[in-house]
Design a protein around this ligand. Structure first.
Ligand code: HEM
Length: 467
């Protein structure tokens, strides 16, 4: 009975959207796979490994921009740096590239301004000593917990998030808050997967009531909303309390609350952006550091060169960081939406098109990064390949506002791991090396099997925390 109702609801949504959208979609869209009558490409929307499926679709239609049509919605997949910069990059008007993007509201601009201020160069300088002090804890924990390094990285980055966003000194100070942030990130991971809910494909479904069969997405959203609201409100209220008591430590929130002295809207923006810093920083930095370990276990030559002490380590470590960000970008697809009807390369881009920037395609582009699946530092050190930062951290006006802090903290962590640890493939009971499995992006929150860390020989001493 429920299944029948599900089918009925979807059918009504499909037909109504189809009727509304039918005429506009007949204009000359970019190329795409041919779809079915009424359903369009609905059955071709990939469910899993979308970044690879989109690259394949681009190849099959011979274009770096691919349109997918479903009733009521057009998706535009961008598989090249050129198309992404043209459409989503920052143009002279300071907002967007060739098309006008949705969400350019006054509140959005205020929030971005606050993040630029609160995470800019002077903030990086003020947080740098704290970031440096974290590495001994990280190194010691990595050696102590040989089986779970994603948990170690999560704790280390959680500690940094809490300090930067709210001035907390240690994750131990609020275990409950840390768990809430992990839970909020889990909700985000589950919902950020493209096409995971039917409503992503058929927006008309958003009008069905939450008790209706097939409306699990609404019930899930209500549960996730409660988690997110809690993780945003709780620490922010604590900062305000600490500020009143004169005990607040330096943080994004306290600095902006003090300097802005704004109205309730500004304060609300500070609160929500602090929340997105708190949760956004944790998974991305954890995933980046997590990819570094199998990269070193799989490429001992790279690790060895980085450990030779008499070379100028700085450009080398910088190249390692770049290659980690390129080799396995932690955010593979970035969504945007267009605001108005537009045109690009002579093609029609309807208003409200969901534009998907395929970061993976850009960073695995063989014409820019030959042998793209291999970890090769010389592409940056000797051949001047384009730095991966403008794709790995997003694009245009919405580029990651924490890029400077990320750069500093990832560099410090990787430099200290290279200086003190010997990273290698783990051995099984019979003493054979276990190959680290690095397939698939969405598994990044799981611990990779088969990476072993030990203190680097000759680096032990009273000053090293890893021995
Ligand atoms: C290696 C580490 C990191 C990576 C790879 C990364 C990557 C990204 C990406 C791809 C986006 C989406 C950008 C877009 O939509 O165009 C993003 C957004 C964001 N990142 Fe990062 N990030 C990292 C670290 C950080 C850090 C350290 C912070 C804060 C201290 C931070 C704060 C944020 C925030 C607040 C957003 C949302 C911005 C918005 O919605 O406008 N990130 N990040």
């Amino acid at each position: 009975m429920f299944i029948l109702l599900d089918v009925l609801v979807i059918a009504i949504a499909v037909l109504s959207s189809y009727w509304i959208a039918g005429r506009r979609q007949s204009r000359h869209l970019p190329p795409g796979p041919s779809g079915l009558p009424v359903l369009g490409n609905a059955l071709q929307i990939p469910r899993g490994r979308e970044h690879l499926a989109f690259v394949e679709m681009g190849r099959s239609v011979g274009s770096d921009i691919v349109a997918l049509k479903i009733p009521g919605q057009t998706f535009l997949v961008l598989n090249s740096h050129e198309a992404i910069s043209d459409l989503l990059g920052q143009a002279a008007d300071g907002w967007s590239g060739n098309v006008t993007l949705a969400n350019n509201t006054p509140r959005f601009r205020t929030c971005r301004k606050l993040m630029r201020k609160g995470l800019g160069p002077s903030a990086v300088r003020s947080f740098a000593p704290f970031l440096q002090r974290q590495n001994p804890f990280l190194l010691a924990a990595l050696v102590r917990s040989p089986d779970s390094y994603d948990e170690v990285f999560k704790r280390a980055t959680g500690r940094i998030s809490m300090k930067i966003a709210y001035g907390y000194h240690g994750v131990e100070a609020d275990e409950e808050l840390f768990d809430l942030a992990v839970e909020a990130n889990r909700c985000f991971d589950e919902t950020a997967v493209f096409g995971v809910w039917m409503v992503d494909l058929f927006p008309a479904l958003k009008h069905i009531p939450s008790w209706f069969p097939g409306a699990e997405f609404k019930r899930y959203a209500a549960r996730a909303h409660a988690v997110v609201t809690n993780v945003v409100n709780k620490p922010f209220d604590a900062v305000k309390e600490h500020m009143r008591e004169g005990t607040a430590d330096g943080s994004y929130s306290s600095m902006l609350l003090q300097s802005e002295q704004g109205n309730a809207d500004t304060e609300d923006c500070i609160k929500w952006t602090a929340g997105s810093i708190f949760t956004g920083q944790m998974n991305t930095t954890t995933a980046t550091l997590s990819w570094f370990l199998p990269a070193m276990a799989l490429h001992p030559d790279v690790q060895m060169k980085a450990q030779i002490s008499d070379r100028d380590a700085l450009p080398y470590v910088t190249a390692v960081v770049r290659e980690v960000l390129r080799w396995h970008p932690v955010v593979d697809l970035i969504p945007r939406a267009t605001a108005h009807d537009d045109e690009y390369r002579g093609f029609f881009i309807p208003a409200k098109t969901a534009v998907i920037a395929n970061v993976w395609a850009v960073l695995r582009d063989e014409s820019v990064y030959p042998q793209a699946d291999r970890f090769i530092l010389e592409r940056f050190l000797e051949h001047g390949a384009r730095a991966p930062t403008d794709a790995a951290f997003g694009f245009g006006r919405r580029i990651c506002p924490g890029i400077l802090i990320a750069d500093e903290s990832v560099f410090l962590s990787i430099a200290s791991m290279l200086a003190t640890l010997d990273i290698s493939k783990a051995k099984d009971a019979a003493g054979r090396a276990v190959e680290p499995v690095v397939e698939g992006l969405r598994e990044l929150s799981k611990t990779f099997q088969g990476v072993y860390r030990a203190p680097l020989e000759g680096r032990c001493g009273s000053h090293t925390p890893v021995c």
